[in-house]
Design a binder for this molecule. Structure first.
Ligand code: ADE
Length: 415
C-alpha cells in the first residue's frame, strides 16, 4: 500500500485519539453499523480531501464499513494530525498528508489520490473538484461531496459559469451541518486555538469578529461568553443589524483596527485585514483567521512592514513594526481552530460526517443518473440526523397530538 505520512511510529497515540473521538460520534457509529450490513458503497473507491483529524478517521472507517476503498489527503497543509495519519495507515487506509507540508507536497498528495481514479470524491474546500475541472478532466467520478461554505461558493461559481461537470452534494447546506458545525464547532474551536497559542485571558479584552455568517456568529457568541467585548465588522446590513441586536458593537474595519486586542477573520474573502489596518493596530494585537483559506490576512504586506519576525510561542508569530509595535499572527493565518487546536469537537463533527457518509450513499444510489448540479440532502435525512443526535444526548422530542395536527392543517378554526 502506498502512503506518505510524517511518522508511522505515532500510530498508537493516533489510534487512542481516534477511539476517543469515536465515542463522541454516536450518530456516525449507527450509520457505520448499518453500512456494515448493507454495504451501500461496495466496490467503490472514495478519495477524500479533508482535514486529517481523529474525527475524519472515524468517517474513513465508516466508509470502509460501507464497502468502499478509501484514500485520504489533507485539505489544509497545517491541519494534519500526524498521529492520526499514522494510525490510519496502520489500519490499512492510505493517507497522503504531513502537518506543515509545503505547497508542492500538498498538491502532489492531492494528485496522488486522484490517480486512484475515485468513484466518489469528498472535499473540504473544493480542491479535488477544482482539479477535476482543470488538470484531470479525463476522470469522471459518480459525484462529489463538499463539506464547507467556501467550497460550496467555489462550486456555485462553476455552476453559474456553466462549467460544473459533476453532481455535487453540498453537505454544508444540510441544517444539521451548518447550523451546528459552523456555529458551535467554529465558535468553540477558534477560541480554543487562540487560547492555546497565546494563553491569554479573553475576559475584559476587545475581540473583533470580522464576518457575521454562521461561523462568525458562533465565534462572537463564544468570545462574549468568555467575557470579551465583541465588535463585529460586516458588509451585509442585515447581518450587521443582527450583530447589533445580538448585543455586539458594530463598526468598520478601520475603527475596529484601533480598538481591538484580538481580531478573528471569518469572511471567506481575501485581504480583510491589510496595511491600513496594520498601520493603526495596538501594540500586542493578535490576529487569527477562522475562514477556510489563508487569504484573509495580507501577510505578505505585514512581512514587508516588519523589521523583525520571531516566534514567541508555538503557533504564534510576532511581526515587529518599524515603530516598535508588535503584531501577532496565530497559525500563519491558516484556519486557527485546526492549526492551533484540534478542530471542531467530535460531538459536532458527528453530524457533519454523518451527512458526508449519507451523501456518499446518496450518490452511489444514483450513479449515472444525476445531472451536473449542486444537490442538497433531503429535509427527511436532515431531521433523521437531528433525531438520532437528540436520542444520543438523552433528549426527549415532543410530538404533536392529533388535535394539534388537525389545527395546523386547517384554517377554519381561528379562535
Ligand atoms: N473541520 C473542522 N473541524 C474538523 C475536525 N475536527 N475534523 C475534520 N474537519 C474539521
Amino acid at each position: 500500500m502506498k502512503y506518505d505520512i510524517a511518522d508511522p511510529s505515532l500510530a498508537d497515540e493516533g489510534a487512542r485519539r481516534i477511539e476517543w473521538a469515536g465515542r463522541r460520534m454516536p450518530v456516525l457509529k449507527s450509520i457505520a453499523e448499518r453500512f456494515a450490513k448493507e454495504e451501500p458503497l461496495k466496490g467503490l473507491m472514495v478519495a477524500a480531501c479533508l482535514h486529517v483529524t481523529a474525527e475524519t478517521a472515524n468517517l474513513m472507517v465508516t466508509l470502509r464499513e460501507g464497502g468502499a476503498k478509501v484514500a485520504l489527503c489533507a485539505s489544509n497543509p497545517l491541519s494534519t494530525q500526524d498521529d492520526v495519519a499514522a494510525a490510519l495507515v496502520a489500519d490499512n487506509i492510505p493517507v497522503f498528508a504531513i502537518r506543515g507540508e509545503d505547497d508542492e507536497s500538498y498538491y502532489r498528495h492531492i494528485y496522488t489520490v486522484l490517480d486512484m481514479a475515485p468513484d466518489i470524491t469528498m472535499d473540504d474546500g473544493a480542491d479535488l473538484a477544482t482539479i477535476l475541472h482543470t488538470q484531470r478532466t479525463d476522470l469522471s467520478p459518480i459525484g462529489s461531496t463538499e463539506e464547507t461554505t467556501t467550497g460550496v461558493i467555489r462550486l456555485r461559481a462553476m455552476a453559474a459559469e456553466g462549467t460544473l461537470r459533476l453532481p455535487v452534494v453540498a453537505v454544508n447546506d444540510s441544517a444539521t451541518k451548518h447550523l451546528f458545525d459552523n456555529h458551535y464547532g467554529t465558535g468553540q474551536s477558534a477560541m480554543d486555538g487562540i487560547i492555546r497559542a497565546t494563553n491569554m485571558l479573553i475576559a475584559g479584552s476587545t475581540v473583533a469578529v470580522i464576518g457575521y455568517g454562521d461561523c462568525g456568529q458562533g465565534v462572537a457568541s463564544r468570545a462574549a461568553g468568555l467575557g470579551a467585548r465583541v465588535v463585529v465588522v460586516e458588509v451585509d446590513p442585515i447581518r450587521a443589524l443582527t450583530a447589533a441586536m445580538d448585543g455586539h458593537g458594530v463598526m468598520t474595519a478601520d475603527d475596529a483596527a484601533r480598538v481591538a486586542d484580538v481580531f478573528i477573520t471569518v469572511t471567506g474573502n481575501k485581504h480583510v485585514l491589510r496595511k491600513q489596518h496594520f498601520d493603526v493596530m495596538k501594540d500586542g494585537a493578535i490576529m487569527a483567521n477562522a475562514g477556510h483559506f489563508d487569504v484573509e490576512l495580507d501577510l505578505e504586506v505585514l512581512g514587508e512592514m516588519a523589521r523583525d519576525r520571531r516566534a514567541p510561542r508555538r503557533n504564534l508569530e510576532q511581526y515587529e513594526m518599524a515603530d516598535g509595535r508588535r503584531l501577532l499572527v496565530v497559525a500563519e493565518g491558516r484556519l486557527v481552530n485546526l492549526g492551533a487546536a484540534e478542530g471542531h469537537p467530535a460531538d459536532v463533527m458527528d453530524m457533519s460526517f454523518s451527512n458526508q457518509a449519507l451523501a456518499a450513499e446518496w450518490l452511489a444510489q444514483r450513479a449515472g443518473t444525476l445531472e451536473p448540479a449542486i444537490y442538497t440532502l433531503s429535509a427527511d435525512i436532515d431531521r433523521e440526523v437531528a433525531r438520532l443526535k437528540l436520542a444520543s444526548m438523552g433528549a426527549g422530542l415532543e410530538e404533536l397530538t392529533e388535535e394539534q395536527k388537525a389545527y395546523l392543517s386547517g384554517w377554519r378554526e381561528g379562535t
